[in-house]
Ligand binder design. Structure first.
Ligand code: FCB
Length: 457
């Protein structure tokens, strides 16, 4: 436990939990009338997923959700972030909602509340109904309005019981990795498509916030962004410029419109030829005040300028001696502190939540049934210490959620990456807690004990 921070550094009421997303864990892709999403299509396209995996079965959480609630309880989790699968609610992305879909999430939310676990819901974690993908996906402006309609159905049913509603998970990743890098659905490599998707995702967020505020005035609303600090691997001015551009694309392209109502000038100028239509009212919609901002933080980008690469002309440089996860991501907790403090200083969201943070490691079940994963425990302890430092610096951080509750379908990397607190045997679907899960449980318990009312008081 020694490398964990002092639990008293986190105020009473701070929540520790874990996160998942629908397509990565649920399976049961045809149950209850669920329609196909573009991730079903993508995963079933030969060559797209590194091990040929799909989300057809995943962790079968759709059937085993009660068992998973039991695990959360055993670990003492205080918050759980899940996502709602749009194609379970509207199989074609439009029209009347399916009762079976809403019922599933209602049972899950009620089950969480019965166990004293705060539900954090995300309305879109990348599983766009295939019918909407066929009609242009996020390149089509209409998809934004369809999202607001879908979001209304879900929030109407569950608003009174969910602690945090996030509209979107990582619009950057959906736009860039899906439309420019081609590693995620829909698998495109087209800059115009990328910028159009990014704008329409933000517009979808804005329209949903407007619709949800009108329908359910008190519901706590936010969005979840992936953030990454960039550091310079040499002291050339060209590298400083590459760092600025990389930061502009990854971080400012989303933070600026959401909190300042404008796209960053430097990057907008770089992309002028490929920008979609941005209507006058769009940015005001996108920049509506939010109750919280969720951050997903994994690693930094340590880069140097490389003119032979496309914009932002930044080449990743390995850091000697750094610990890399099986994703190849450096364990760099200072980056989390840096991003929390910077975002608080420069954008001042009302509250912040670490909505995802974790590491994939080459976990194995030992002969005695234990999963020894000291690198993950170190990663979590280091990042919790970074959160403690950010809190001490005045950042209004409310919760910390580990990615992920359990090993699952890691998108283009299939089942090759284990991010879970729980190990999942993908043959038998058996779950077992890794050593890091027990260490996290002990830390959460220490926090609860530190803030327990003294006996007899
Ligand atoms: C994030 C995603 C999440 C998971 C982690 C490793 O970008 O939001 O679904 O895949 O990365």
């Amino acid at each position: 436990m020694s490398s964990f921070p002092d639990a008293r550094a986190f105020p009473a009421g701070f929540r520790f939990g874990a996160a998942t997303s629908a397509y990565q864990i649920e399976g049961a892709v045809a149950a209850g009338g669920r329609g196909p999403s573009w991730w079903d299509r993508f995963a079933h396209t030969p060559g797209r997923i590194s091990d040929g995996g799909t989300g057809d079965i995943a962790c079968d959480h759709f059937t085993r959700w009660r068992e998973d609630l039991g695990w959360m309880q055993r670990l003492g989790l205080q918050a759980y972030r899940f996502s709602v699968a749009w194609p379970r609610i509207q199989p074609d992305g439009r029209g009347a909602p399916l009762a079976a879909g809403l019922d599933f999430y209602e049972r899950l939310v009620d089950g969480l509340l019965e166990r004293g676990i705060e539900p954090h819901a995300t309305l879109y974690h990348w599983d766009l109904p295939q019918a909407l993908a066929d009609a242009g996906g996020w390149q089509a402006r209409d998809t934004a309005a369809a999202f607001a309609d879908y979001a209304g159905h879900v929030v109407q049913r569950l608003a009174d019981r969910v602690a945090h509603w996030a509209t979107l998970n990582e619009p950057r990743c959906c736009a860039w990795v899906g439309h420019l890098e081609g590693r995620h659905a829909p698998g495109l490599t087209d800059r115009r498509a990328t910028l159009a998707a990014a704008h329409h995702l933000l517009l979808a967020h804005g329209l949903a916030v407007q619709a949800l505020r009108a329908a359910r005035p008190g519901a706590p609303l936010g969005i979840v962004l992936d953030v990454k600090p960039y550091t310079a691997a040499d002291d050339r001015p060209e590298t400083a410029a590459a760092v600025r551009r990389a930061d502009g694309v990854f971080n400012r392209w989303f933070l600026d419109p959401l909190f300042r109502g404008r796209y960053p000038d430097d990057i907008a100028a770089d992309h002028a030829a490929d920008m979609p239509e941005v209507r006058t009212a769009d940015l005001a919609l996108i920049a509506q005040p939010l109750d919280f901002l969720g951050l997903n933080y994994y690693t930094r980008g340590h880069v140097r300028h490389d003119a032979s690469l496309p914009h932002p002309h930044a080449a990743l440089v390995p850091v000697p001696g750094a610990h890399l996860s099986t994703m190849g991501w450096e364990d760099w907790p200072q980056g989390l502190e840096l991003m929390l403090c910077r975002i608080h200083r420069e954008y001042a969201p009302r509250a912040l939540v670490v909505a995802e943070n974790g590491a994939a490691e080459p976990d194995v079940v030992d002969a005695d049934g234990r999963v020894r994963d000291p690198a993950r425990t170190r990663y979590l302890a280091g990042h919790l210490a970074a959160c403690a430092r950010a809190l001490a610096a005045g950042v209004p951080l409310q919760a910390y959620l580990v990615w992920s509750l359990m090993d699952n379908f890691e998108w283009g990397r299939g089942y090759t990456q284990r991010f879970g607190l729980l190990h999942v045997d993908f043959e038998t679907l058996e779950r077992r807690a890794k050593d890091s899960a027990w260490a996290y449980r002990d830390f959460i318990a220490a926090h609860a004990a530190a803030h327990a009312a003294p006996r007899g008081a």
